[in-house]
Design a binder for this molecule. Structure first.
Ligand SMILES: [Zn+2]
Length: 70
């Protein structure tokens, strides 16, 4: 018998890839270089304006300036 325990991940599509996340709320930031979406808890206070992945500059997402997906 095989028992696989996986968190309930959902895909968040962004330009250039897909992030699998266990959360349902929308990301608050997007990297302007690699386009990955981020949530406040992902960001380190000291470097809150840079991408944890590529250190590109982050952009705050708003209704008028939503996530870039393509
Ligand atoms: Zn990045």
């Amino acid at each position: 018998m095989q028992h696989v325990s996986l968190p309930n991940l959902r895909p968040v599509r962004y330009k250039g890839g897909i992030s699998l996340v266990a959360r349902k709320d929308k990301p608050t930031h997007q990297c302007t270089r690699c386009y990955k979406p981020w949530w406040p808890e992902n960001l380190r206070p000291v470097f809150s304006e840079s991408c944890p992945d590529c250190f590109g500059q982050l952009r705050r997402l708003t209704k008028d300036d939503p996530l870039i997906t393509e």
